[in-house]
Design a binder for this molecule. Structure first.
Ligand code: NAD
Length: 419
């Protein structure tokens, strides 16, 4: 059924869904309705390149469900994107929003392109064309996009401007993660990494780990990874190793994170920062540390790596970093406390929700209020997950997925099936 959602990432999301549906004893005839996306849109995005040639990129938007409110989720620009991956990410968004009690269904979008290969002018043309193609299918109460891998505040500003020009009025609430200068909220850019760090603080309390004397390794040094690195560094955590798609660095004495952030703000990537502490990017996930933070792409923690990992907390900042086979290994390694992705990186969508609410009301909050409300919502998600994992005798991932799925299912059952 629904062969279009092929590939290993959707296979993984589907299997996790089935495991949770078994735990919740959801009748088999109700499962496809909960699993398969409501809508999937594929678009072609032609643009002029700077050399005068025309090139066409393929893009997708998958809206998993709209049973609790608008669909919500990021858009990634990545050469590896396919519709199965985007659909899987839309499912995870659904369970995440429901776990956090946000009034959204899950969505995700993607354009198959290497954004680093485009000039700023080409990136703007592609961003505008993608939004233009999706205008009939999105809206502030239908589907609200946000940044993800390869997109940022500037891309969101172009999305918002394109939608607003079509509407004939400024519609700031059409996307979140915009610059503060055009309807964004303070604290959104930092929200995901900040939330990741907050869940690490809570996990450390659970396992009696003194963070101020601990060590961490972070894969991915973009929006999420760099902010998490900075926040952990500020808490006194020694960051032993970091990597991005261009370089990896390891220093047993601890890396100078503020200096590296400054370097990346000027050069865009880690490459060229240092020749002394260069290391093998494939080796960093297995460096012995207290806190391991995959903050790049999905399916990097394989069965082999799960067997070798030497950390006490695995904080899944990225979406879907751990394969099903690796999860089976972790089931036999309870000494590793896993903060599952839908909990760990939920600070981003939580503050996106605040941005949407503020835009709808045209009434803006202070940063302290944003941070304290985000932590309150995430704390509830964290403690509910840990409690229900113990009660149900399941992993933190299953407990969190079940909580999200239970809420989506309850809404669908209460609303009934139309017509
Ligand atoms: P980004 O584009 O800002 O950064 C991605 C980083 O990963 C870059 O440093 C890139 O070089 C690096 N990377 C890519 N492939 C890599 C590889 N094979 N090995 C090492 N590094 C690699 O993206 P982001 O917004 O920071 O997103 C990172 C992860 O967090 C993604 O899984 C995304 O879905 C998830 N996430 C992001 C947000 C958000 O608000 N941006 C919210 C929730 C979850």
């Amino acid at each position: 059924m629904f062969d279009i959602y092929g590939g290993p990432v959707f296979g993984m999301a589907r299997q996790q869904f089935l495991q949770a549906a078994d735990i919740l004893e959801i009748p088999t005839d109700q499962r496809d309705r909960l699993l398969y996306p409501k809508r999937a849109i594929a678009v072609t995005c032609p643009i002029h390149r700077d050399d005068g040639s025309t090139v066409v990129y393929e893009g997708y938007r998958v809206q998993h469900h709209l049973s609790l409110g608008p669909a919500k989720g990021g858009v990634r620009f990545s050469p590896h994107v396919d519709i199965g991956e985007v659909a899987a990410l839309s499912l995870w968004m659904s369970w995440k929003c429901a776990l956090m009690n946000l009034p959204y269904g899950g969505a995700k979008g993607g354009v198959r392109v290497d954004p680093y290969s485009l000039s700023p002018k080409e990136l703007e043309a592609l961003s505008r064309r993608f939004m233009q193609e999706l205008i009939p299918f999105v809206g502030p109460h239908v589907d609200v996009m946000a940044p993800d891998i390869g997109t940022n505040e500037q891309v969101m500003a172009w999305f918002m401007d394109t939608y607003s020009n079509d509407a004939g009025q400024t519609v700031t609430e059409i996307v979140t993660g915009k610059p503060v200068s055009c309807g964004g909220t303070v604290g959104r850019r930092e929200a995901t990494g900040r939330g990741v760090t907050h869940t690490i603080v809570r996990a450390a309390e659970e396992i009696n780990l003194n963070l101020a004397q601990s060590t961490a390794v972070i894969q991915g040094f973009g929006n999420v990874g760099s902010v998490a690195a900075n926040e952990l560094h500020a808490l006194g955590v020694k960051i032993l190793a970091i990597s991005d798609h261009t370089a990896a660095y390891h220093d047993p004495k601890g890396l100078n994170i503020p200096e590296i952030i400054d370097y990346v703000s000027k050069h865009g990537v880690l490459k060229g920062y240092s020749s002394e502490c260069l290391t093998d990017p494939n080796a960093i996930l297995t460096i012995k540390c207290d806190v391991l933070v995959p903050a790049a792409v999905e399916r990097v923690i394989t069965e082999e790596i799960a067997n070798k990992i030497e950390c006490r907390i695995l904080a899944e900042a990225a979406n879907g970093p751990t394969t099903l086979e690796a999860d089976a290994v972790f089931a036999k390694r309870p000494e590793v406390f896993i903060i599952p992705d839908i909990l760990c990186n939920s600070g981003g969508v939580t503050v996106s929700y605040f941005e949407w609410v503020q835009d709808l009301q045209q009434f803006f909050w202070e940063e302290e209020e944003i941070i304290s409300r985000m932590k309150k919502i995430m704390d509830k998600g964290f403690y509910d997950t840990v409690k229900s994992a113990k009660e149900l005798k399941v992993s933190n991932r299953m407990a969190a997925t079940c909580a999200g799925l239970r809420r989506v299912n309850a809404a669908k059952q209460a609303r009934g099936l139309f017509p």
